[in-house]
Design a protein around this ligand. Sequence first.
Ligand code: GUN
Length: 293
Amino acid sequence: MIILDGKKTSNDIKEEITNQVKSINSSLGKTPHLSAILVGNDGASETYINAKVKACEKVGFASTLVRLPDNVSEEELLSEVDKINNNQDIDGLIVQLPLPSHIDEMKVTEAIDPKKDVDGFHPSNIGRMALNLATYLPATPAGILELLKRYNVETSGKHCVVIGRSHIVGSPMSVLMARNSDPGNCTVTLTHSRTQNLKDITRTADILIVALGKAEFVTSDMIKEGVCIIDVGITRVKSEKTKSGWQLLGDVNFEDVKEKCSYITPVPGGVGPMTIAMLLQNTLLASKKEFFS
Ligand code: GUN
């Protein structure tokens, strides 16, 4: 069994980006700039945003974090988005999700200039992705593709089963794995909460991508020998095993399945760090005006 080491791979990518930032600095006299909007004080969102800002610093990007209170109106949030859309010094913009329930997430996502949409969530960028046109790919699916590529995991002709149909991970992942590209060219089954006989389907997977947000959901009886498992889940649970009293668990019971897998991503240190690396990659592309010229 080979561990798909997202931490090491993301550090390699960050080093590559750092070198490119230096060359953009000297050739174009500019620094890639990511702006992030965070609404409210959700603990998980705070953690993700802080990690993103820190990663920007590490590779030499400029970053701006706009914090808005929980009770900000949709109109005020849209006006912040508009300001950043029109700020020529800012290359990429993300609005951390989820947003409070009084705000229409899709309306906000659609308000982001597609050229600055480094999350790849805007409907026009999702459309470009589905059509295999150059665009920003959503960071978590892009990070998974990068891991599969860098570890030379064969995907062509394989059966890829995705559990979870979120707009951020499961749905775009299923599209990307089915595209005529490498990695890609899989026969894809997208499963979700209404899927019947899930175990019968997962047992036929050559590549199993799990993104449903239920700790240790996948067990060894649900997989076949030699499967490649990508675990996107990350749930914080109370634990007596750690000093902090907390432990991070994936959607896969790692200890139970590890002997049966050909490849597996650990939690933490698998998909999570790759997501941030790909956000940086998208911001670099935005600063180079790589698409939509
Ligand atoms: N919430 C969970 N994942 C993400 C992400 O990749 N981008 C944004 N903007 N919000 C998220």
